[in-house]
Design a protein around this ligand. Structure first.
Ligand code: SF4
Length: 375
């Protein structure tokens, strides 16, 4: 059962920290790109053995930059070729400055039932520093508009560890976001990616990222504060009200199958992983010429699958289910990684609990160090 991902690579302008596959200034390509997506959905679906899709996720870029009529067409094409149940989760990512109540109503009518709004911060100074195109007030208005449009499943994306951000400032943003009573909050530590404007400004000494201790304090504060507000911490960066975990992303963390459409989209079906051409113009051309735009196919070895299943599973706070792992690979995780697990347990980073192998509180803060031992 592959989940379906559709990538919309267009943005109004590039945020300073962004290294996603997104492009500003390509408005004339919206129509041709959507037409290419429609062809690709048709082309690939005919080649899949399993067309049961439990969720659809439209991400970007900024999907809400497109006319909602395009979303109508895209979702209709997915429904035409895939078997999507009435209970399927259908998410779209939105940036505050690109939505209006009318647009959100149209998206609800098109079948979108979950909205993920990129707030990133509720501090106007930090939003500007990140190169975001919206204010805190616009973010809050977008959330209220979403409620009025009938969205009862809304995620708010936030970033901590921004240059100049204090723990007290982060606490205010977090509390203001939680007070809106969303169903889900994602909190990501800022990563300074190579080649971004943010990296250049930091290298030039114009900005300074908070030190590791402050970032760890912000993470620890997040866990405590959102628990008090009634959110379950279920993945390193994700918090949800009861029953509102993101079903689409849970498939990724369970190392399940996904089919991605659009420029740069990734897919994993069984032991095959494939990637589409990242550049939207090249993507449109190759879909026109060949029906597909796959630039690379990898055959995953059992070793690759085991290692990915472990480190993705450990991202979940409940951890890696040991019985499911054994049923999937015919071996216990201890047969393969006993020395690594023993060392990580000795260092207080991993523990076994209720049939799961999971990160301790200390391990959650040092997740990347733990994952690197399983690669
Ligand atoms: S809105 Fe998102 S995808 Fe677009 S430039 Fe900003 S961070 Fe990147």
């Amino acid at each position: 059962m592959p989940v379906v991902y559709i990538h919309i690579p267009f943005c109004k302008q590039r945020c300073k920290y962004c290294d996603f596959n997104s492009y500003a200034g390509l408005d004339p390509f919206h129509g041709p790109y959507v037409r290419a997506l429609l062809s690709e959905i048709n082309f690939q679906a005919l080649r899949l053995d399993d067309i049961d899709a439990p969720s659809i996720y439209i991400g970007g870029g900024t999907p809400t930059l497109l006319n909602p009529l395009y979303m109508d067409a895209l979702l209709a094409e997915v429904y035409r070729w895939f078997s999507v149940s009435d209970a399927a989760e259908v998410t779209i990512e939105a940036n505050p400055e690109t939505v209006t109540k009318e647009k959100l109503v149209q998206l609800r009518r098109a079948g979108v039932n979950r909205l993920s709004i990129g707030f990133q911060s509720l501090d106007d100074g930090l939003l500007k520093l990140l190169g975001r195109k919206h204010s805190a007030q616009q973010a809050v208005s977008a959330f209220k508009d979403a409620r009025e449009a009938g969205f009862n499943n809304v995620n708010i994306d936030l970033i901590f560890g921004i240059p100049g951000q204090s723990l007290a400032g982060w606490a205010v943003t977090l509390e203001q976001a939680a007070s809106l009573d969303p169903e889900h909050i994602s909190c990501y530590g800022l990563t300074v990616e190579p080649g971004t404007l943010l990296e250049r400004e930091i290298a030039a000494g114009k900005l300074q990222v908070p030190d590791e201790d402050l970032q760890a304090d912000m993470f620890a504060y997040t866990m405590g504060s959102l628990a008090e507000s009634g959110f379950e911490h279920y993945e390193i960066s994700n918090y949800a009200k009861s029953g509102r975990r993101c079903r689409h992303n849970l498939v990724y963390w369970d190392n399940g199958d996904y089919i991605g459409f659009g420029a740069g989209a990734h897919s994993k079906i069984g032991s095959k992983r494939f990637y589409n051409t990242a550049n939207p113009k090249e993507y449109i051309e190759s879909i026109g010429a060949r029906g597909a735009s796959i630039s690379e196919i990898t055959d995953l070895s059992t070793g690759n699958m085991i290692s990915e299943t472990i480190f993705l599973g450990l991202r979940k706070i409940e951890g890696l289910d040991l019985k499911s792992f054994e049923a999937r690979f015919g071996r216990s995780v201890y047969d393969i990684y006993s020395a690594q697990i023993a060392k990580l347990a000795e260092d207080g980073l991993l523990e076994q609990d209720n049939g799961s192998l999971r990160l301790t509180d200390k391990g959650i803060l040092l997740g990347n160090e733990v994952f690197s031992r399983f690669i």
